[in-house]
Design a protein around this ligand. Structure first.
Ligand code: FE
Length: 280
C-alpha cells in the first residue's frame, strides 16, 4: 500500500532570535508535534533586515537541531568550543544533550539566505547526554542518481538502492533526503514501518496519489504502508523526512524540551546558575 497525504501544513509567519523572519511549520497551531520532530522553521529572504540580527547566544537542552542551508552562509559558535560556517548545501546535526549555548549568525550582509531548522527529540535516556555535533559540507553528502530524472542527496537513512546517509542516529533512525525531480519524473522508495514522515516542498509542486503539494508546504504522510510514490508537477525539489516516534511525554519551555515540567524548571535554573553550559 502506498502512503497518502494525511495533512497539508502551510505554517505560520513568526520571528525568532533577533528579528529573523521565518515560517514555523512544526510547533505551529496546525501541527504541534510530529513525534520525534518537535519544530521546523523555514527561513528565506534576500532582504538583510529579515535575517541580519541572527540568533545571538542562546541555550538548548534535551534534543537535536538540524540546520540545512539552501542558500547563503551561517556562522555558528558554541560553549563546547566549536565554531564554523555552514555553507550553501551544508548540514549541521547538533545534539544539545544536557546543554549547550550557541549563536547562529548570518555570515553575509546581503543576498539570499535560506534554509531550514528541524528539532529532533532525544529519548529520556539521552536528554542529559554530552553535547556533540556532526557538520557536513555539501561535497560530503552522499548522492544517488536514478534514470537521469531523479537526483537524491542522502543526509540520513538508507535508500532502496542502498545509498547510506552520512548522519548517524540510532535513536530515531531518521531519513532525511533532498530529492530533485526533473519534468514529470516519479520518485518511489520505502519508509520504515511505524516511522512518522513528512515531505517539505522546496521548489515546484509534487503530487502524492491525487493530492498536490505546493512550494513551501509540508505534507504529513499517512501511517499505513511503507511505500511512497511522489510525482513532480512538472519539476520539483523536496525533502522527505521520517523518524521513529519516541512516544514519551514532551514538556517544552522555550529552548528546552524535556519529559516533565520539573525538568524544564531545572533547565532554566541550570541556565541561570551557569551550570547548563559555559557562556560564549
Ligand atoms: Fe539554536
Amino acid at each position: 500500500m502506498n502512503k497518502d497525504v494525511k495533512k497539508i501544513i502551510t505554517g505560520v509567519k513568526t520571528s525568532d532570535g533577533k528579528g529573523v523572519q521565518l515560517t514555523r511549520l512544526i510547533a505551529s497551531p496546525a501541527l504541534e508535534i510530529l513525534d520525534p520532530f518537535l519544530l521546523m522553521d523555514a527561513f528565506g529572504s534576500a532582504e538583510p533586515q529579515d535575517y541580519i540580527g541572527g540568533f545571538p547566544p542562546h541555550p538548548h537542552r534535551g534534543f537535536e537541531t538540524v540546520t540545512y542551508m539552501f542558500a547563503g552562509k551561517m556562522r555558528h559558535k558554541d560553549s563546547a568550543g566549536n565554531s564554523g560556517i555552514i555553507e550553501t548545501g551544508g548540514v549541521q546535526w547538533m545534539r544539545a544533550g544536557k546543554g549547550i549555548i550557541h549563536s547562529e549568525m548570518p555570515e553575509q550582509e546581503e543576498g539570499l539566505l535560506s534554509g531550514l531548522q528541524l528539532w529532533v527529540n532525544l529519548p529520556a535516556s539521552h536528554k542529559m547526554s554530552p553535547p556533540s555535533y556532526q557538520e557536513i559540507s555539501k561535497a560530503d553528502i552522499p548522492t544517488e542518481i536514478r534514470d537521469n530524472t531523479c537526483f537524491l542527496k542522502v543526509i540520513a537513512g538508507k535508500t532502496k538502492n542502498a545509498t547510506q546517509g552520512i548522519i548517524n542516529n540510532d535513536l530515531v533512525d531518521p531519513l532525511y533526503w533532498d530529492i530533485h525531480l526533473s519534468e514529470h519524473a516519479i520518485f518511489n522508495d520505502e519508509i520504515p514501518r511505524g516511522h512518522n514522515a513528512f515531505i517539505y516542498v522546496i521548489k515546484g509542486t509534487v503530487k502524492i496519489n491525487t493530492t498536490n503539494i505546493s512550494q513551501k508546504q509540508l505534507a504529513v504522510l499517512s501511517d499505513g504502508g511503507s511505500q511512497i510514490e511522489i510525482q513532480a508537477e512538472p519539476s520539483a525539489r523536496f525533502l522527505l523526512v521520517a523518524g521513529k516516534p519516541l512516544n514519551e511525554p514532551v514538556a517544552r519551555g522555550g529552548p528546552f524540551v524535556m519529559n516533565t515540567d520539573d525538568e524544564i524548571k531545572q533547565a532554566f535554573a541550570d541556565y541561570e546558575s551557569g551550570s547548563l553550559a559555559l557562556s560564549i
